[in-house]
Design a binder for this molecule. Structure first.
Ligand code: C5P
Length: 234
C-alpha cells in the first residue's frame, strides 16, 4: 500500500464498502490522498478485523470506524476504548442508546484524538418505522431530540442525512461536527440514495465532512472521480 497522508482540510470520507482487504487496498492505492479519511464499516471490519484499520493507519491515512455501537454503557465504554487504542479518528454510536451509554462513550474517548459521532435516525427509516418501534412524531423531530441528547452527554459530532443539516444547524448552531452521507455529484447516479445533495451543496448547508462511496468506488476511474469532487469543493 502506498503512504496516504491524512489531510485534515479534506472533507471527503471514502466509504470502503468492499468485501475484503484486497479490494480495499486497490481502492486506497488508486485514490490515495485525494480523500481525507477512509471509512471502515461493518462489512469490511467483520471480514478483516482490526488488522485492516492498522494497515490503513500504518500507510499514513486516517480511519473512520463506522460500527455504530449500541449496547449497555459498560460494553460501549470498553468498545470505544478499543477503537481509540486502534487509532480511529472517528467512530459511531447510536444516539438511541440513551444517556448512560452516550456519556460512557464520550468519557472513553475523552483526552484522545478520536471523535465520537452520534447516529441520529438511520436514513432508511421513515415516520412509520419510528412508530413501529414506539416513537410517535416525525423523523426530523426525533433527529433533533437525539442530537440534543447527544450534546448533553458530551457527543460532539453527528451523522445525519443532508436533509437534516439545516434543522440541526438552526437548533444546535455551529458547534456539532456534521458528517453526511447521501452525497451525489450531478454527474453520478443516485443508486439507492433518495435524499441527496451534491458535495458543494452539502458543504454550503453546513456539513463538515462528506461520506462518499459509489460515486468514487464504482467509477471506472476512482482517482479521477475523487479529484473531480475535490475540484468542485474548492
Ligand atoms: O455509496 P454511497 O455514497 O451511497 O455510500 C454511502 C455510505 O454512507 C455507505 O457506507 C452507507 O452505509 C453510509 N450511510 C448512508 N446513510 C446513512 C448512514 C450511513 O448511506 N444514514
Amino acid at each position: 500500500m502506498h503512504p496516504v497522508p491524512t489531510n485534515e482540510k479534506n472533507k471527503i470520507i471514502l466509504a470502503l464498502d468492499v468485501p475484503g482487504a484486497e479490494e480495499a487496498r486497490d481502492l486506497i492505492r488508486r485514490v490515495g490522498a485525494r480523500v481525507g479519511l477512509y471509512k471502515v464499516g461493518l462489512q469490511l471490519f467483520t471480514r478483516c478485523g482490526p488488522d485492516i484499520v492498522k494497515e490503513i493507519r500504518d500507510a499514513g491515512a486516517g480511519v473512520f470506524l463506522d460500527l455504530k455501537f449500541f449496547d449497555i454503557p459498560n460494553t460501549v465504554r470498553h468498545a470505544v476504548e478499543s477503537a481509540v487504542a486502534l487509532g480511529a479518528e472517528m467512530l459511531t454510536v447510536h444516539l438511541g442508546g440513551g444517556p448512560g451509554m452516550l456519556a460512557a462513550a464520550a468519557q472513553a474517548a475523552q483526552g484522545s484524538d478520536t471523535l465520537v459521532l452520534g447516529v441520529t435516525v438511520l436514513t432508511s427509516w421513515d415516520d412509520a418505522t419510528l412508530a413501529a418501534v414506539g416513537c410517535h412524531g416525525s423523523v426530523e423531530d426525533q433527529v433533533v431530540r437525539l442530537a440534543r441528547l447527544g450534546g448533553e452527554c458530551g457527543i460532539r459530532g453527528l451523522v445525519c442525512s443532508p436533509r437534516e443539516i439545516t434543522p440541526l444547524r438552526e437548533t444546535l448552531g455551529a458547534s456539532p461536527i456534521l458528517v453526511t452521507p447521501g452525497i451525489r455529484p450531478a454527474w453520478a447516479g443516485a443508486d439507492d440514495q433518495k435524499r441527496m445533495l451534491a458535495p458543494a451543496e452539502a458543504v454550503a448547508a453546513g456539513a463538515n465532512y462528506l461520506v462518499i462511496g459509489r460515486p468514487i468506488t464504482a467509477h471506472a476511474d476512482p482517482a479521477a472521480a475523487a479529484q473531480r469532487i475535490l475540484d468542485e469543493l474548492s
